[in-house]
Design a protein around this ligand. Structure first.
Ligand code: ZN
Length: 159
């Protein structure tokens, strides 16, 4: 039922823009839920563990984080996919860890990127509920990678 969307590729200007905040009036709206469902389907189809709205040509601050073990990340912890609207990283640990990253928008390239081991973040659910959480390790890496997309930054800019 969910649409598979085209994924923007490195070099396209949508990937370099700072995405706009989702307005309060857009929370809990059908279009936001449809966007998230289509992002989720697209992420799964590409065997990704995360996706950001600008990657599907929507310059809005929406990401999905879906850590799970897969071919590329056999050691990833399994967690339910989280849709995060207007995610904000509030704190980053001083400790950083180098880890391999790839990106649906940067095919056939991997790179070692230093990311904070632990982050505290705040976001809204699709329904507009505010959530604060602390994440460590691979899920924290995914959030940092996806929030970078909202600010027009690709992992290759950090290697
Ligand atoms: Zn990416």
């Amino acid at each position: 039922m969910s649409t598979i969307l085209a994924v923007a590729q490195r070099g396209e200007s949508i990937l370099t823009l700072k995405a706009a905040e989702v307005a309060r009036t857009e929370l809990n709206s059908p279009w936001l839920k449809e966007l998230a469902a289509a992002m989720y389907a697209t992420m799964l189809e590409r065997n990704g563990v995360g996706i950001a709205a600008p990657q599907v040509y929507v310059s809005k601050r929406v990401i999905i984080v879906a850590s799970r073990p897969n071919l590329r990340y056999p050691d990833a912890p399994e967690m339910d996919a989280l849709v995060m609207v207007n995610p904000e990283i509030l704190e980053k640990s001083e400790l950083t860890i180098l880890g391999e990253e790839g990106c649906l928008s940067v095919p056939n390239e991997r790179g070692q990127v230093a990311r904070a081991e632990t982050i505290k973040l705040r976001y809204f659910t699709l329904d507009g509920v505010g959530v604060e959480m602390t994440l460590s390790g691979f899920p924290a890496r995914i959030v940092q990678h996806e929030v970078d997309h909202l600010d027009g930054v690709l992992f290759i800019d950090r290697t």
